[in-house]
Ligand binder design. Structure first.
Ligand code: KIV
Length: 282
């Protein structure tokens, strides 16, 4: 089994030009499969609200939801570096709330790092959490928790003026002490510039090549059916496999093809002894 990575590995990987591959996971089996496949890191994203809990945004996700899913992921992937995603309103209020809630991810769910969304406006939160000794990842570009302000789930930084603001945000996040930055849905030209400008690792989800790539497991495995973002490469169609399996099972049950003799526990005494015993109840 590969040794669990640390921030030193991720910093070295950036220096050596070695790509980091990571996915989201929300439960024990998915985390265990990701670890068995050799994933470099796992994000327990608040996207769990949409992918697993059936909400139409990430906003309803609570700290309790996140902690419980992070605990399950940690049990499934004990040797993988796991990031807990701070949910909406767990850090937007004050630096103190941000530190208390970040601490819960570490103490209650054994996370290695927390991630929060936003640029300069959360710089003081990043600094406060880092000062408490907790590893933080920043996240800018398309930030789903502020999709209302962005006018929806839309790519960001496509014009010079907004790209300039994102560069300022990226620099502020590094300055505040984040160990890495995630860029979501920004053009590759901007990603390349930011990844070259920052000393810390810069990762992408839908932002083109840089120091590593993240995909949402529900998208890449074909589990999430509501929509598929342009940047997703689908590696499987698990929804189709599951639906077909469920259909076949229903047919088997209704037609009597399941269960067969192979799917039952066999008696240890003779059938005569059982028949005799049944008579006691007649
Ligand atoms: O919650 C999540 O999965 C995320 C990704 C969209 C980056 O934050």
């Amino acid at each position: 089994m590969a040794k669990k990575k640390s921030i030193l590995d991720f910093i070295r990987m950036k220096k050596d030009g070695e790509q980091v591959a990571w996915v989201t996971a929300y439960d024990y089996p998915m985390a265990s499969f990701a670890e068995q496949a050799g994933m470099d890191m796992i994000l327990v994203g608040d996207s769990l609200g949409m992918v697993v809990l059936g909400y139409d945004s990430t906003l309803p996700v609570t700290m309790e939801d996140c902690i419980s899913h992070c605990q399950a992921v940690r049990r499934g992937a004990p040797n993988t570096w796991v990031i807990g995603d701070m949910p909406f309103m767990s850090y937007q209020t004050t630096d103190e709330d941000a530190v208390i809630n970040a601490g819960r991810f570490i103490k209650e769910a054994d996370m290695d790092c927390v991630k929060l969304e936003g640029g300069r406006r959360v710089a003081s939160r990043i600094k406060a959490i880092t000062d408490a000794g907790i590893v933080v990842m920043g996240h800018i570009g398309l930030t789903p928790q502020s999709s209302g302000q962005l006018g929806g789930f839309k790519a960001q930084g496509r014009d010079v003026a907004s790209a300039r603001e994102l560069i300022k945000d990226a620099l502020a996040i590094q300055e505040a002490g984040a160990f890495a930055l995630l860029l979501e849905a920004v053009p590759p030209e901007l990603t390349r510039y930011i990844a070259g400008k920052l000393d810390i690792p810069v990762y992408s989800i839908g932002a083109g090549p840089c120091d590593g790539q993240l995909l949402i497991c529900g998208d890449m495995l074909g589990l999430f059916q509501a929509f598929t973002p342009k940047f997703v490469k689908k590696y499987a169609n698990v929804a189709e496999i599951e639906i077909n399996a469920f259909r076949e099972y229903i047919e088997d049950v209704k037609s009597g093809k399941f269960p067969t003799d192979d799917h039952v526990y066999h008696i240890k005494d003779s059938i005569e002894a059982f028949n005799q015993m049944f008579k006691e109840f007649d």
